[in-house]
Ligand binder design. Structure first.
Ligand code: FES
Length: 106
């Protein structure tokens, strides 16, 4: 796994990301949907497994699920699982925060 620095610090990430507002990040050519939810950071593939819509255009509910704006499929941001099993799981990516920065694992 390769760790890609996304922000210079956790503080920068916290100031850039808005709670429950998905943010598109492109790292190593991959489109990633990054979410801050209840003070935690979660990253999943930005491509909806149903029909390819960009999930960073979607909404995050209070349960930590991202809802695709196109047909409403709803994915758990921790497991990547679509809650009604209507489409394949999303790929999930780890995040680590160190003194040297905020990293995404690809
Ligand atoms: S493309 Fe996401 S629910 Fe259809």
């Amino acid at each position: 796994m390769q760790w890609i620095k996304i922000f210079a610090s956790e503080e920068r990430a916290a100031n850039t990301l808005t709670e429950n507002k998905p943010q598109l990040v492109v790292a190593n050519g991959k489109r990633i949907c990054l979410v801050k939810h209840e003070g935690k950071y979660l990253a999943v593939s930005d491509r909806c497994t149903h029909n390819g819509e960009s999930l960073s255009k979607g909404k995050v509910n209070h349960l930590g699920e991202i809802i695709c704006p196109w047909h409403g499929h709803q994915f758990n941001l921790k497991s990547g699982r679509e809650i009604h099993e209507r489409s394949a799981d999303l790929e999930c990516f780890p995040i680590k925060v160190e003194q040297s920065g905020f990293y995404l694992g690809l």
